[in-house]
Design a binder for this molecule. Structure first.
Ligand code: SF4
Length: 331
């Protein structure tokens, strides 16, 4: 049995649902009932959020035969990558390794794995089995919030991520969630560090899911999310320099370039597209269709582009007035 995101299943012709935007990556989920206990995740040990949820997306289950057929369909249906999320279920990752081999035997698409590994040796096994990329999620970038929300040591997790990034240059990604107790200043500092280490960053907006300990906390304000998207995009493209950026009480107040130039730098809207591995668009992972999109899974309209840039600029004018970190902890 394997879970396939509802949008992916539609692209694979395994399920009939109407989708506003097609995924460009096939999202698969292996295992359920994680041994980890992340407070935002419906798959965590103590969550009652439902095994068929991850983020706000539903993941119906299918047989391995369905998956094989679906992978064939996917290639002809604008899917350019496969992403397999492995839920941690014990000390061994045998079923993950078996599934990687199965996917590679049935598809020529590049495959990335998002898994909670403990040591580089486990990354080695995943690459040897056929993974093209590996995501080691930091999720929470404030060390105290990391301990509260995910458990364990942020420092050790970051070190593992950096060790893998140095050993497999250009093949390592991470996930960072905005709105889980971090300041903008520490978020941008880690962007800068990871970009210099050649780590690909995927930004997520904290999404409260019913049945999880953080189910009634608020998602991040859109202005704050847009500031972080713009910072990531401009740093990645070497348009700005972290050392020249300004912060006040942890809030980003200046990118170190004239505000009047920013509109030009952000033209086209690429800063506000879903970030992460190539061709990963994660449609509606953080938001419902029809609401403001934190991550655009498709090109922005001119109107959307202008609104997004206005959010970045408005944040700067108001910088310093907003309280950094917006999460109301439930525990
Ligand atoms: S960035 Fe996208 S494709 Fe890469 S591991 Fe994360 S969800 Fe998967």
């Amino acid at each position: 049995m394997i879970r396939i995101s509802a949008g992916t299943a539609a692209c694979m012709k395994l399920k009939k649902i109407k989708t506003d935007v097609h995924p460009t990556t096939a999202y698969l989920l292996l295992g359920e009932g994680c041994v980890m206990n992340c407070s935002f995740c419906p798959q965590s040990r103590t969550s009652s959020g439902g095994a068929s949820r991850l983020g706000r997306v539903t993941w119906p289950s299918f047989t391995r035969e369905d998956l094989k057929e679906g992978l064939k369909e996917a290639e002809g249906n604008n899917i350019k990558r496969v992403c397999l999320q492995g839920v941690r279920q014990g000390d061994k990752q045998e079923s993950l390794l078996r599934t990687i081999k199965e996917i590679k035997n049935n598809s020529s698409l590049p495959l990335c794995i998002s898994a909670w590994i403990k040591k580089p040796q486990e990354a080695e096994e995943l690459f040897a089995a056929g993974a093209d990329r590996l995501s080691i999620a930091l999720d929470v970038v404030n060390p105290d919030a990391y301990k509260d929300i995910k458990g364990g040591s942020y420092k050790e997790r970051l070190q593992l991520l950096l060790n893998c990034a140095r050993r497999w240059p250009g093949k390592i990604s991470t996930h960072i969630i905005i709105g889980v107790g971090e300041t903008e200043e520490e978020t941008v500092a880690i962007f800068d560090k990871l970009i210099k280490e050649n780590v690909t960053i995927a930004l997520f907006a904290f999404t409260p899911i019913k049945g999880t300990p953080l189910g009634s906390s608020a998602p991040p304000k859109i202005e704050r999310y847009r500031r972080m998207q713009a910072a990531l995009y401009l740093l990645k493209n070497k348009v700005i320099d972290y050392a020249a950026m300004n912060f006040k009480k942890g809030v980003l107040t200046g990118y170190g370039v004239p505000i009047s130039d920013l509109r030009e730098y952000l033209k086209g809207g690429s800063a506000f597209l879903t970030s992460g591995c190539p061709d990963c668009n994660r449609p509606f992972y953080n938001e419902s269709p029809g609401s403001v999109l934190y991550n655009y899974p498709r090109p922005l309209t001119l109107e959307e582009e202008e609104a997004a840039v206005d959010c970045v600029l408005a944040g700067l004018e108001e910088g310093g007035n907003e309280v950094a970190g917006n999460l109301a902890f439930n525990s």
